[in-house]
Write a protein that binds this ligand. Structure first.
Ligand code: SAH
Length: 367
């Protein structure tokens, strides 16, 4: 089978073998990418139309007890200026965001012990009380099952925890010994089991990553069936052990977005800030490769430059309103519209096609 036929097969069957994913990922050309993106866009249009969902990202603390080698806010980075927002600051971000049309708030941060379960549940329940029509997403790392249950009981709807890489040896090259892929995966399974809409994800082009590793990421997400998959290029941080490593590429990140869309047709797929950082129109290109979510920054401008996960991160200078307008214009320029909506995952029974399209449906749609 040639590579174009493999993409046809993925479009029909929504899964490939590890070897087949490898073959595709190892053969990216502009022609193959365009062929893939036509299909990934089409299936995205069938399910989500030309709507773009927005999530207001509130980066509420950059204190972190972990020491991930790639990350700019790792505990060993003595050059990071640490900050944490208080509950009132966070609620102010939400108030502003609500006025701008956001119906999902994502609270993301380092693993900061100051934010005990009690503090997190208090913040989550306050947001849900004030904005019952909004979804709250947490992205605060690995916690116990009991903590996750408490967050869920307080009203949190979704949880983002990128698995970073699905290969154990590769995971060890990116993280200190006290962190393990197995624990990360256990957390993801707990979160799903509890009832969260769950997001996993990985960095593209992280140090030591192989084509096989990316194929393993594809098989992992197919197996986990997350509601969301967050991916972006790895970008070196100058105060990290990976300061001399090469960044992930635009081409490969876009290609992976296309493969993910065909593998999990109704998945929520953000076109990330990291993608916008490596190319001035990276986020637009991400949408055109099959992504359907953007996550503008709602953090107070005074702290934005401090949440520096990687060098040259964009959107650290403007007010939230500007940030949102800028993204809305970018989306309009390629024929898409940001909508005022929680932007929930559409289950196969509840999407615009009715079911995950199989061979017949796809043929019908073609004719
Ligand atoms: N503490 C939370 C949030 C981490 S920051 C957690 O552990 O889930 C969110 C994501 O940023 C990470 O999961 C990682 O995939 C990404 N990230 C961190 N450093 C990066 C870098 N140098 N380049 C690209 N992405 C990075």
């Amino acid at each position: 089978m040639n590579m174009f036929e493999l993409i046809d097969k993925l479009e029909m069957e929504h899964v490939l073998s590890g070897d087949e994913y490898c073959a595709l990922i190892g053969s990216v050309t502009p022609e193959l990418s365009e062929y893939l993106f036509e299909k990934s866009r089409r299936i995205r249009h069938q399910i989500y139309g030309h709507d773009i969902f927005v999530r207001g990202l509130i980066e509420f603390t950059n204190y972190c007890k972990n020491d991930c080698y790639y990350c700019g806010i790792r505990r060993s980075n003595k050059n990071a200026q640490r900050y944490r927002l208080q509950k009132d600051d966070i609620l102010m971000c939400c108030e502003q965001g609500y006025g701008l049309g956001f119906r999902t708030f994502v609270l993301q941060g380092g693993e900061d012990p100051y934010f005990t379960d009690e503090r997190i549940t208090d913040i989550v329940s306050s947001i849900k009380r004030l904005y019952p029509d909004c979804a709250v997403t947490l992205s605060i790392g690995e916690k116990s099952r009991e903590s996750y249950e408490a967050f869920f009981a307080a009203g949190a709807d979704r949880y983002l925890l990128r698995h970073e890489t699905a290969n154990d040896k590769h995971y060890k090259k990116l993280h200190p010994p006290e962190l393990s892929l197995q624990h990360r995966k256990d957390c993801l399974h707990d979160l799903k089991d509890i009832g969260f809409q769950v997001g996993c994800g990985f960095m593209v082009g992280s140090p030591y990553q192989t084509v096989q590793n990316l194929a393993e990421d594809m098989l992992f997400i197919k197996e986990l069936q997350p509601h969301m998959v967050g991916i972006g290029p790895f970008i070196a941080h100058s105060d990290s052990p990976f300061n001399n490593e090469r960044n992930g590429t635009l081409e490969l990140t876009l290609f992976m977005l296309g493969l993910i869309r065909l593998t999990l047709p109704e998945v929520l797929l953000p076109s990330t800030t990291a993608l916008g950082t490596i190319h001035p129109r990276g986020r637009e290109k991400g949408i055109l490769a099959g992504a359907n979510v953007v996550m503008p920054n709602l953090s107070p401008v005074s702290v934005r430059k401090k949440y520096m996960l990687y060098d040259n991160k964009i959107c650290t200078g403007e007010e939230s309103a500007q940030c949102k307008d800028c993204l809305a214009n970018r989306m309009k320029s390629i024929g898409y519209n940001i909508v005022v909506d929680r932007g929930d995952w559409r289950s196969p029974e509840n999407n615009n096609i009715g079911i995950i399209p199989g061979k017949e449906e796809i043929n019908e749609l073609r004719s």
